[in-house]
Write a protein that binds this ligand. Structure first.
Ligand code: FES
Ligand code: FES
Length: 414
């Protein structure tokens, strides 16, 4: 048994290279770490544990907290490649450390083999212990591939499950082990992405740029879209009865443009075509408040093209990234505006499902197009805030569209 296996089981901190920290419990200390492949910089009181830093400051709530005494194993994460109790480590001890949480293990559409095996073997009931078991069993199979099936019960005894019973968990880990005797595949969801904490408290690290007050500024260089297919791809064309010239007066003015985005607000101009902002989306009981960044990577009025990369995260761990291209072309009655959006969702927002997320995105674009038309016609921002679509508006939208269509047909005939 390695020191780390023992540590994971007994709750003792693993041999993370210690960082001498001399600070009062409430003194704010800067910590830089890599979390699931993304450099992050945090400004934290010295008393904040790693589990609280991950959950409350980086929105990574997949790491669960049970006993906060190193006993239950719910908070197990990888620190520098080895399992550790996140409730027993202070974040300030971990400057420079590499952390992997359960969010880094697999993607919703491409789960890690251990996650697949847990699902197939019914190895979870309420799921509270599951992140701890997944990270603990990953550590075991990655660092001790020669472990035998007979040793699994003892090796995994450092995490406590209160409801499923251990047989299915052992069956799942055994199955993943047999499928990968040479060693379990590496975590599949680690890469640079948005990590936006509460204002001024967390965010991606800049490339050596000091920026304590507004960590969003350091995010600006870091909009990197995930490789692979987007969660949803939306292509919409809307006819606007306003000239293309007037539409571009709105698209040229980023503040006016932001006022046309449903539920969005521009909070900071970071320079070099980078902007910080907030956006709210609610569908039924799910309410999300995103903080994030947008980067206008292409603004070509002559070609009628505007391309924006955006990323955001809410405090509940939902993450979204998007690559949006707007194209305009003149028509006989005004302008056709085409939107081509590739949207990547992870965390709570992925619960929407592709169909619902597609409907929300489509509805938001329609509202955006209406607001752009209003702003272009009047030369001013839309009269009221453009609200994000609600569950009710999504249900009623097709009905309203149908009524509008019938009214238009009726008018033409009349
Ligand atoms: S061991 Fe950390 S919450 Fe129980
Ligand atoms: S599945 Fe409920 S605590 Fe383990």
């Amino acid at each position: 048994m390695t020191i780390n296996e023992a540590a994971a089981r007994t709750g003792a901190a693993p041999p993370v290279p210690p960082r001498p920290v001399k600070a009062g419990a409430d003194d704010t200390v800067e910590v830089r770490m890599t979390v699931n492949g993304t450099p992050a910089v945090l400004q934290l009181p010295a008393r904040v544990t790693l589990s609280d830093a991950l959950r409350d400051h980086l929105g990574l709530t997949g790491t669960h907290v049970g006993c906060e005494h190193g006993v239950c194993g719910m908070c197990t994460v990888l620190v520098n490649g080895e399992a550790a109790r996140a409730c027993l480590l202070f974040a300030v001890q971990l400057d420079g450390a590499d952390i992997v949480t359960v969010e880094g293990l697999g993607r919703p559409d491409d789960l890690h083999p251990l996650q697949e095996a847990f699902g197939r073997n019914h190895a979870l009931q309420c799921g509270f212990c599951t992140p701890g078991f997944l990270m603990s069993s990953y550590d075991l199979l990655a660092n001790k591939p020669e472990v035998t099936e007979e040793e699994l019960p003892e090796e995994l005894s450092g995490v406590i499950c209160r409801c499923t019973g251990y047989r299915n968990i052992l069956a799942a880990v055994g199955e993943a082990h047999r499928a990968h005797p040479e060693g379990i595949p590496a975590p599949g969801n680690c890469g640079r992405r948005a990590l936006v904490g509460r204002s001024g408290q967390g965010g991606n690290a800049s490339d050596g740029q000091e920026d304590n007050a507004g960590t969003t500024a350091s995010l600006a260089k870091d909009i990197v879209l995930p490789s692979g297919d987007p969660t949803i791809a939306v292509e919409i064309t809307t006819g606007i009865e306003v000239s293309e010239e007037k539409i571009w007066r709105v698209l040229d003015d980023v503040h006016l443009l932001a006022r046309c985005l449903p539920g969005a607000e521009l909070t900071d101009d970071l320079g070099d075509n980078h902007y910080a902002g907030r956006a709210r989306v609610s569908v039924g009981p799910i309410k999300l408040a995103f903080h994030g960044l947008a980067h206008i990577v292409e603004h070509d009025r002559a070609a009628g093209r505007l391309r924006v990369l955006a990323q955001g995260q809410d405090s509940g761990g939902a993450q979204t990234q998007a690559d949006i291209t707007l194209r305009t072309e003149p028509t006989q009655t005004g302008t056709a505006m085409h939107a081509d959006a590739k949207v990547y969702l992870t965390g709570r927002i992925a619960q929407f499902g592709r169909a619902l997320a597609g409907d929300v995105s489509r509805r938001m674009f329609e509202q955006f197009a209406d607001a752009v038309a209003e702003a272009a016609a009047s030369g001013q921002a839309p009269s009221g805030p453009v609200k994000a679509p609600s569950a009710m508006s999504l249900v009623l939208a097709p009905l309203l569209d149908r009524i509008k269509q019938l009214l238009r047909v009726g008018k033409r005939r009349g």
